[in-house]
Design a protein around this ligand. Structure first.
Ligand code: FE2
Ligand code: FE2
Length: 379
C-alpha cells in the first residue's frame, strides 16, 4: 500500500512551508501551488489555503479539477478561513463541506487535522473489524471517486506534456472492470455522470461501456483490460486542447475544429513516449475517430486498415458522446443514440453494433428521463 500523506494546497508559499513542517509531525505532507499537478497516490486529507472566492471567480480548469477531486473523495478536507465570509462560502461551494478552521483561533490546524484523520481511520478500521471491506473497496461511489482521481492525474500529467503513469492507467482500468462487473453499466453511469468535469466523465463512461461490451463478448481478463485501458486513455490528448475550444458552448469554427481534431494525434504521440503503452493502445488513441467508409480522422483510414480494438472503442465513444450532457447540446436517450449509430452502419462496424445492442439495453434500463434532442454528432 502506498504511503498516506496530507495534501496541502496553498497560494502562500512561506506560510505553506511553515504549516507543512507542523503537519509533518503528524503525517507526511506534500505541498502544491495553484496550477501544479496533484501528487500521485492517495491523500489521507486535504488542507486548502487559497483565496477560494477568487479561485471560484476565475473558474480555472485547475481549481475545478481540484474541487471535483476533493468532493469526490471520502477524505477529510480542512479549509483555512481568511476572516472573510465570502471566502468561506466559496470554499463550501467548491469543496463540498470542508471543515473551516480559523488559523488565528484557539483550535490549532494540526490538532484539528489529526482529529479528522484519526476519525476517518477509526471509521475504516471499524468497517474492517465488522467484516465489511474498507469503504473505498465496498462503496461504488468511493470507487468512482478513486477512478476520477486516477483520471485527473492522468490528464494533469498530459496537460503538463508528460505521458500518464502506466501503473495509474492499470489502477483505473481495474477499478472500472471490477465495479462495472459488480454493479452493472447502468449504476456505473449514474455515478460517473454525477461528476461535473466532462472530459473525465466521458473517459469513465467510455471505459464503462467498453468493460460491459468486453464482458458480453466473452473476452479474457487480459483482453478486457486491454479494451478498458484503451477506452480510459482514448481522449487523453484533449488535455492539450485549449479549454475555450474544448468547452465552447456552440459549434466550432473550421479552424477550431481542426485544433480539436488534433487531440487524437496529440494523445497518441504523448503515450508513445512511454514504451509501456503498446501499439494497440496507441492505435486506439490515434484512430478512434476513423470511420469504416473513410470519412473519419486523422488519417481517413478505411475499413481494412481499422483494427478491432479501434472499432470497439469507436462504438463506445459515439454511444457515450451522444448520451452525455454536453455544453453545446442536450443529451439524448440510449435508444435515440443507438438508432443514430445504426443509421451510421457504414461508419461503425455493423456486426459489432449488433453485439453491442444488449449493452445499450442495460444502459437504458431505468434511465432517468432525458430531453429529446435533435441529432448531433460527437466531437
Ligand atoms: Fe476523441
Ligand atoms: Fe471520446
Amino acid at each position: 500500500m502506498t504511503e498516506r500523506f496530507v495534501c496541502l494546497v496553498s497560494d502562500r508559499r512561506e506560510r505553506a512551508e511553515r504549516l507543512a513542517r507542523g503537519i509533518a509531525l503528524v503525517l507526511p505532507c506534500r505541498v502544491i501551488e495553484p496550477g501544479a499537478a496533484l501528487p500521485p497516490g492517495s491523500p489521507a486529507a486535504f488542507v486548502v489555503d487559497i483565496a477560494a472566492d477568487r479561485a471560484e471567480a476565475e473558474g480555472s480548469a485547475w481549481i475545478e479539477r481540484l474541487a471535483a477531486l476533493i468532493r469526490g473523495s471520502a477524505m477529510p478536507c480542512l479549509y483555512l478561513a481568511r476572516g472573510n465570509g465570502a471566502q468561506n462560502a466559496a470554499a463550501r461551494r467548491l469543496f463540498g463541506d470542508p471543515v473551516v478552521v480559523d488559523p488565528r483561533g484557539s483550535v490549532g490546524i494540526v490538532p484539528t487535522l489529526l482529529r479528522l484523520v484519526e476519525e476517518a481511520q477509526a471509521k475504516a478500521a471499524k468497517a474492517a473489524k465488522s467484516g465489511a471491506p474498507e469503504e473505498s473497496r465496498s462503496d461504488p461511489r468511493a470507487r468512482v471517486g478513486a477512478a476520477t482521481r486516477v483520471v485527473t492525474r492522468m490528464f494533469d500529467a498530459a496537460a503538463a506534456g508528460r505521458p500518464p503513469s502506466p501503473t495509474e492507467a492499470e489502477e483505473g482500468t481495474a477499478i472500472v472492470l471490477d465495479t462495472v462487473s459488480e454493479i452493472g453499466i447502468r449504476a456505473w453511469l449514474d455515478l460517473v455522470w454525477r461528476h461535473d468535469i466532462l472530459v473525465y466523465q466521458h473517459s469513465l463512461s467510455v471505459a464503462g461501456f467498453a468493460a460491459a461490451f468486453a464482458a458480453d463478448l466473452g473476452f479474457s481478463r487480459a483482453d478486457r483490460e486491454r479494451l478498458a485501458r484503451a477506452a480510459l486513455l482514448h481522449d487523453v490528448g484533449k488535455a492539450l486542447i485549449p479549454l475555450d475550444i474544448l468547452n465552447k458552448p456552440g459549434p466550432l469554427t473550421p479552424d477550431e475544429m481542426a485544433v480539436m481534431r488534433g487531440h487524437a494525434d496529440l494523445g497518441a504521440d504523448l503515450l508513445a513516449r512511454n514504451a509501456a503503452f503498446g501499439p494497440d493502445i496507441l492505435d486506439v488513441v490515434r484512430h478512434h475517430h476513423e470511420r469504416l467508409d473513410g470519412s473519419g480522422y486523422p488519417a481517413g483510414l478505411k475499413a481494412a486498415r481499422i483494427g478491432d480494438l479501434v472499432r470497439l472503442v469507436a462504438i463506445c465513444d459515439v454511444h457515450s458522446a451522444l448520451t452525455e450532457r454536453r455544453v453545446y447540446r442536450a443529451p439524448m436517450t440510449h435508444a435515440e443514440a443507438f438508432a443514430i449509430m445504426e443509421a451510421q452502419a457504414g461508419q461503425l462496424d455493423p456486426d459489432l453494433l449488433r453485439a453491442y445492442r444488449p449493452v445499450v439495453a442495460r444502459a437504458a434500463a431505468g434511465e432517468p428521463g432525458h430531453a429529446v434532442a435533435p441529432a448531433a454528432a460527437g466531437r
